[in-house]
Write a protein that binds this ligand. Structure first.
Ligand code: SF4
Ligand code: SF4
Length: 91
């Protein structure tokens, strides 16, 4: 799991911009299966889970692309007095 990305699932809207950004940058393709991050959508329960997988390169591009702040670089969060890094959580 990435050590440098802070995850706030409550802010996630499920847009998958992070997934596609990761995939495009690291593989040259828009391919969810090749991204190092997963967004798990549970429409029945109404929440999203964010999972940074073990192959994550900690580059931070997913956080830079996230429009809601659900992902951010850990240094940014620390500067704001923020939250724990990594993991996933239901809303
Ligand atoms: S930090 Fe980089 S490698 Fe890891 S999930 Fe985000 S974009 Fe992909
Ligand atoms: S973490 Fe951000 S970019 Fe990724 S699906 Fe959620 S809102 Fe979209």
């Amino acid at each position: 799991m990435s050590r440098g990305i802070t995850v706030r699932p409550a802010l996630c809207i499920g847009c998958s911009t992070c997934v596609l950004t990761c995939s495009l940058h690291h593989t040259g393709e828009f391919n969810r299966q090749k991204a190092h991050i997963r967004i798990i959508i549970d429409e029945f329960n109404g929440y999203y889970q964010i999972g940074l997988i073990s192959t994550c390169r900690d580059c931070g591009l997913c956080a830079a692309s996230c429009p809601t702040g659900a992902l951010s670089r850990q240094a940014e969060t620390t500067a704001k007095g923020g939250e724990a890094a990594g993991g996933s959580r239901a809303l």
